[in-house]
Structures are given as structure tokens and as C-alpha cells.
Ligand binder design. Structure first.
Ligand code: MOS
Length: 726
């Protein structure tokens, strides 16, 4: 029944190469697209559950102290109000996937301003909202707590530290050296669909409908939070309007809905307001990063240093892995890296859009640009010269790496040779500049399961609890099954987003398509073998196409072969030693042209190109869209996005999409994406690596480097808003 596979050695059985249906890699549309654009796809807060009532969450008005609801009885007696719930289980931070951790500050204690500390439940949403607004919250015995990373206590992250060779000596002896400190602000994941959950109990069984990225984990988090067995929890999340990390773990509304539904004995819907999403789900840590680069006269790196400071709430274990790609992207034998974590009473920090590399590679690539200009060398050439043969720290080989090709091909496609000197090109009032940066992101395989059924009608059904967070899972899993079983795409149905189905990797860390896709591939392999057995041929001799099997110069339809039977197989992939044996990562290069207004400092990105290599591409359209999305995040990071914290209390001041700017259509120019052909035998049997987040890992640096090329100004404090440019 089950086809299990542990990724312990490079694959030799490259079955996808032998398939002839022509689906994998094709730029197919999303099958669920029409449902989404016609409003027929049900998103989290659109479920109508019979008897459903509404909960509205209430925020902490300060960043410490014992929470007291002073007029609780008055509010509880308001029209329609069913319950006013204060429960310490709400104070946990399940957004980190750490629902089993105790409340940070002890019972009934607030940890940051805006934290959601209570939920008011009423018959109608309006009654609940009104009552929630009337609820008076005081914080007793509040203390002065740290909210500013510049003055907070720092905890060295020993596990992140590296000291190899002698960086100080390398810096001293360098022909060219750069020692610069950059800062990047906190970011909000800013998914389009706000967090919402609907909980309903039937006896001891809980059903949770909502918007989540990793259902298997979310189910366990919720069960753990409530102190019940995970078997009692079913989570449904068929459509997700973006996650970007903020739905990796449950956010407070999910726990609130479950607790409230139990208490009032009715299904309860809790939807966060946009402000609450900004204030109380999670953020990317702000960073301060010092980069040291030592180079010889030929521009070869002799030393590389990366020291970072990040932050999180007291007690939280997540630490933005800023140094991740600095470990392997460039050569340089003398290396030093360190990370300090500031404990702050700001909104919980977690994974947002390529945690680590998004800001780490961006800053490294800004510093590399500074070095290139210092040497007087083409920035592309500086990168080419410093591509290490092996991982410069562990000595491991790279599993696959078309980094040099991405640099060269991207430069060619963009017309990099035509780049101007600093402040050399002007068109009227606009200063024109070119910039580039490298892209790099680690590649990860996660355990994942899927069931594939080949029905007597010769059609396939794929079932897994995997999510599609806008990335194209429905499309890709159908393509893989159709390819392996020789079925037209429309003969494959893909069912996702239900924990009653086999547990998957979930969507996160760019591992979703490759991990869940491999489980589908494995199930289909098992079906192929069973078909071959029936026909008494060996599986590789079986050609499946358009619903028919060809073998021994004969062709028979699947319907005929199945004779009314159904074949059902489970595919189960687990990561193994290959993730330890070699360095697995994805690579690329960005090129950007900007126009900076000479008087106002306003920057417009005029065009942008990215060349990327991420193993086998499963769907050329959805992969390209992921890369475009990443590069658009790059525009946001370079020019706009910044969570602003009130220096007095650490409160998120710009907690809405009007004040937290993300790129809109008018900010996004013509963009081109090139996907380089690549296969990675060490990644998984499909030889595909993750591509979801690669497009953001360094993208902003290409833009900010282009601003320098246009104006001569180095902005070392992201984002490069106009006040910093002029
Ligand atoms: Mo991602 S930031 O792992 O959803």
C-alpha cells in the first residue's frame, strides 16, 4: 500500500525523464484559478457554519503587567453577548509553532502592546465588535521593559558563531577591504487574506476551518494548546490567501475560536482585523548587520565576516537565520560570523518570506557591491571570482549549482555591459543607474505523504493535507500525477487542505512543491508497478499516455486494464542523509535599472531581471510567478516596507496597508525571469529544488546598488526612502 522512500543517496532512477505525457514543467494554468476569480473558492472567513456566532479579540493596551478586565460583568451583559473570555492559552505564541510553550510572562501577563488577551463572543459580529470595544483592560503592576534593540540586553547565539582562520589579519593585509554596517527594518508578512478561524465542536471532536500553511503541525499545535489528543482535531484549509510565513503556525484567533466554541456550545468565527494582523500575529526581526570583506589585488576574497543582531520576545526560540547563505555563497578562508539576539517586548518575531536570506543575502550583496566599486571591478566579475569550489566551511560539495551561469546569462539578458558609471547617466530630471546582486537560498526536503487513487474510469485522485497558499500546489501535484500515470491534466483531481487526508510537509521554507510532489510521485510509481504486474511486463517497459498503456507493441486503455478495480497507493518521502552529505541550495542573479529623481530622491524601478536555477522546474508558469513575487518583495524591501515601532512602548505604529507600504502595480515595472535548466540528484527523485523564496533572497540589493550607481549615494539603512537618497 505504501511506497516509502528515504532520501539517503543521490537518485539514479530518474523516472520523470522517461515519461511522455508532457505535463511536468509545462506552464499550465492553475485549475482552481477560475474558482478564485469568480468568488467560488471558499476562504477562511467565508465558511457559513450553522449556528455560528462571532468572537472579536481584544488587545493589551501596554507591553507588560497583569491583565485585568475591569468592566467584564458590564460587557458580559451587553446585548447579544454570550461570553467574555480571558484565558492564558491565548497568551501563548503559537505563531511560532511553539504552542506548547508556557505563557512568556506568567499567567495573565501581557508581553507586548497589541497582544490579543481576550475574546468577546456575541450572536452577531457587530454585537461582538461593539462589546469588545467597550471592554476595559488595565495592566496592573506594569514594568518598564526593553523595546529598543539598541539598548536591550543581548544574548549571543553560540550555535551561530564561526571563527575560521584569522579574519582580523586578513582585513589588515587585504589589498581592498570593506567594513560596513547595514540595518534592515522589521517586515510584516502582509498576506492579502487576514487570519481567520471558525471552530465547531461535535462532542469531543473539534473542526477548525481557516487559513493555515502547515496543517499537520497546526493540528498538533491546537490540540496541544487545548490539552486534547490531535486525533480529536480536524483542520480544513482548502484555499489560503497568502501566508508568507505568518500562517506557518496558528495565530491567536484559532485558539480563541476553539476555546470560545467550547465555552458557548456553538460554532465560533474569529477574524482578525487588519490592524490585529499587523500588531499581533508576527513580524520579521529587524537586523543590524556588519559585513567585513577582505580581498587581494585581483578581487579574490581572503576573508569574510558577518555579524548580526536580531531580536525576539523573551522566551521565544526563533532567531532570524541571517547568516544562512553567508556560510556558503562566497569563498574566503578567514571567516568570522556571530549573531546576538536582543530580547524585546515587541510583537513576536518569526519566519517572514525567506527568513534569513531575504535580509542576510541582501546586506551581503550590498557590501559586495561596495567592494566591487572600491576595487573598480565589474560587480558580476567580483562574484564570478569568488564562487567557491566547495562549501568554504565544511568542504562539502554542492549538490548542483548553476550560479555562474545565472550571473552570466542574467547579465546578457539584461544588457549589463551597457551599464553607466556612477552618476554618469541622466535623462532629464532622472538619474539612471544599474545594479545587480546574487540570489541564494538553502534547499530543504521535508517528510510528506500523499494518496493517489487510479479509479476504474481511468482517472486519478490525489489526496493530501498539503496547502496551496497561492503558490500553485493544485496545479503542480496534478501535473506530477498526470505525467507519471499518463493522464491528461483534466483527468486528475487534486484534493488538498484537510487533515483527514495523509499528512504533508505543508507550505513553508520553499519545500512544499518538492516535498509534497515527491510523495505524489512515489504513490504513482507504486501504481505503475502494480499496473505492470497485471500486464506482466517490467515497469520501465510500460509507457502510459493519454489514458492508455503501451507495452510489447500493444496498446490497451487503463479502463480495460483495471477491469473495474481501483488502485490506491500512498507515497511517503522522508529526508535522509543527503541533506547532510552535500550542500544543497538554489542560486540566481538579479539585475535592476532604476531612475532616481534628481530633486526629490524618488526612486522608480524601471526594469528588473532575474535568472534562477532551482533544479527541475515543475511548472514554468507558477515557478516564474514565484520568482516575480520574490522580486516584487525585493522592491518593497528596497524602497518601501518598514514596520515602525513606537520608541516609547514598542507598539507597531503603522499597522495597516495604508501606512505599511508594499509595492502596488504602479511600483512594479516590466520584469523578466529566466529559469535555468538544472537537475539535482541529491534533492529528491524528481530532481527538483525549492523555488518559492529564491526570488527575494538578495533582490533588494540589486535595486539599492542601482541607486548608488545612479546617484553615488550608499544607503545602508533599508529601505532606501527618498529622505535617505537625497
Ligand atoms: Mo515561509 S516564511 O517559510 O512561509
Amino acid at each position: 500500500m505504501t511506497e516509502s522512500f528515504k532520501m539517503d543517496a543521490p537518485v539514479t532512477d530518474r523516472r520523470l525523464d522517461d515519461m511522455v505525457q508532457g505535463l511536468v514543467g509545462a506552464p499550465l494554468d492553475r485549475p482552481e484559478g477560475p474558482l478564485k476569480v469568480t468568488g467560488q473558492a471558499t476562504y477562511a472567513n467565508e465558511w457559513q457554519v450553522e449556528g455560528m456566532v462571532h468572537g472579536v479579540m481584544v488587545r493589551a493596551p501596554g507591553n507588560s503587567g497583569h491583565v485585568v478586565l475591569t468592566n467584564r460583568d458590564v460587557v458580559a451583559a451587553m446585548p447579544g453577548v454570550l461570553s467574555v473570555i480571558q484565558d492564558d492559552r491565548l497568551l501563548r505564541n503559537p505563531a511560532q509553532g511553539t504552542a506548547n510553550e508556557a505563557p512568556i510572562q506568567g499567567p495573565h501577563h501581557a508581553a507586548y502592546m497589541g497582544q490579543l488577551i481576550a475574546v468577546v463572543v456575541a450572536e452577531s459580529f457587530e454585537q461582538a465588535r461593539h462589546a469588545a470595544q467597550c471592554l476595559q483592560v488595565t495592566l496592573e503592576n506594569a514594568e518598564v521593559v526593553a523595546v529598543d534593540p539598541d539598548t536591550a540586553a543581548l544574548e549571543p547565539q553560540e550555535g551561530q558563531a564561526l571563527d575560521q582562520g584569522d579574519l582580523d589579519a586578513a582585513m589588515r593585509d587585504a589589498a581592498y577591504a570593506v567594513d560596513v554596517t547595514y540595518t534592515t527594518p522589521s517586515h510584516s508578512s502582509a498576506a492579502m487574506e487576514p487570519h481567520a478561524s471558525i471552530a465547531s465542536w461535535e462532542g469531543e471532536d473539534l473542526t477548525l476551518r481557516g487559513s493555515y500553511q502547515m496543517l499537520k503541525y497546526n493540528r498538533n499545535e491546537l490540540a496541544d494548546s487545548l490539552g486534547i489528543h490531535p486525533d480529536r482535531v480536524r483542520v480544513l484549509s482548502p484555499y489560503v490567501g497568502g501566508g508568507f510565513g505568518s500562517k506557518l503556525g496558528l495565530s491567536p484567533e484559532a485558539v480563541a475560536a476553539a476555546i470560545a466554541a467550547r465555552e458557548v456550545g456553538r460554532p465560533v468565527s474569529v477574524a482578525l482585523q487588519r490592524q490585529q494582523v499587523f500588531e499581533a500575529t508576527m513580524r520579521r526581526s529587524e537586523t543590524r548587520q556588519r559585513i567585513r570583506l577582505a580581498a587581494d589585488a585581483e578581487g579574490r576574497l581572503t576573508g569574510l565576516g558577518h555579524d548580526a543582531r536580531i531580536s525576539n520576545l523573551p522566551g521565544e526560540t526563533f532567531a532570524e537565520p541571517v547568516l544562512q547563505a553567508s556560510h556558503f555563497l562566497y569563498s574566503g578562508q578567514n571567516r568570522r560570523m556571530s549573531m546576538d539576539l536582543a530580547r524585546l517586548h515587541r510583537l513576536c518575531a518569526g519566519s517572514v518570506r525567506a527568513p534569513g536570506e531575504a535580509v542576510g543575502v541582501t546586506v551581503l550583496e550590498s557590501a559586495m557591491d561596495e567592494l566591487a566599486y572600491k576595487i573598480g571591478m565589474d560587480p558580476v566579475e567580483l562574484r564570478r571570482r569568488n564562487i567557491p569550489d566547495k562549501d568554504p566551511e565544511s568542504g562539502k560539495a554542492f549538490s548542483s549549482r548553476r550560479f555562474r551561469e545565472a550571473l552570466d546569462s542574467g547579465a546578457e539578458a539584461f544588457g549589463w555591459a551597457d551599464r553607466p558609471g556612477v552618476k554618469e547617466r541622466r535623462e532629464g530630471e532622472w538619474l539612471i543607474g544599474y545594479g545587480m546582486a546574487s540570489a541564494a537560498r538553502v534547499n530543504v526536503l521535508m517528510e510528506s505523504q500523499a494518496r493517489v487513487s487510479l479509479t476504474p474510469q481511468g482517472k486519478a485522485v490525489v489526496q493530501t493535507d498539503m496547502t496551496d497558499i497561492g503558490t500553485g500546489t493544485y496545479a503542480i501535484l496534478g501535473q506530477i500525477a498526470g505525467e507519471m500515470l499518463g493522464l491528461p491534466r483534466e483527468d486528475v483531481e487534486v484534493v488538498l487542505g484537510d487533515t483527514d487526508l495523509p499528512p504533508s510537509s505543508g507550505s513553508g521554507g520553499s519545500w512544499g512543491a518538492s516535498s509534497s510532489g515527491t510523495s505524489v510521485y512515489l504513490a504513482c510509481q507504486a501504481i505503475r508497478r502494480q499496473l505492470a504486474e497485471r500486464l506482466q511486463v517490467s515497469e520501465p517497459d510500460l509507457t502510459l499516455k493519454d489514458g492508455s498503456a503501451t507495452f510489447d507493441n500493444r496498446t490497451r486503455s487503463l479502463v480495460e486494464i483495471l477491469q473495474g478495480d481501483e488502485i490506491v497507493k500512498l507515497g511517503h518521502v522522508q529526508p535522509g542523509d543527503t541533506s547532510q552529505a552535500v550542500r544543497q541550495a538554489t542560486f540566481g542573479a538579479y539585475f535592476a535599472e532604476v531612475a532616481v529623481h534628481a530633486a526629490s530622491g524618488e526612486t522608480r524601478v524601471r526594469r528588473m531581471h532575474g535568472s534562477f536555477a532551482a533544479g527541475r522546474i515543475l511548472n514554468a508558469k507558477t515557478a516564474r510567478s514565484q520568482c516575480l513575487g520574490g522580486m516584487i518583495f525585493g522592491i518593497g524591501m528596497a524602497l518601501e516596507e518598514e514596520l515602525a515601532f513606537d520608541p516609547r512602548d514598542g507598539h507597531v505604529a503603522n499597522h495597516n496597508l495604508a501606512e505599511y507600504h508594499i509595492p502596488v502595480n504602479a511600483d512594479v515595472p516590466q520584469m523578466t525571469v529566466e529559469l535555468l535548466e538544472e537537475r539535482d540528484d541529491w534533492a529528491n527523485p524528481m530532481q527538483a529544488k525549492g523555488i518559492g523564496e529564491l526570488g527575494i533572497c538578495g533582490a533588494a540589493a540589486a535595486i539599492v546598488n542601482a541607486i548608488h550607481n545612479a546617484t553615488g549615494v550608499r544607503v545602508r539603512d533599508y529601505p532606501a526612502t527618498l529622505d535617505k537618497v537625497i
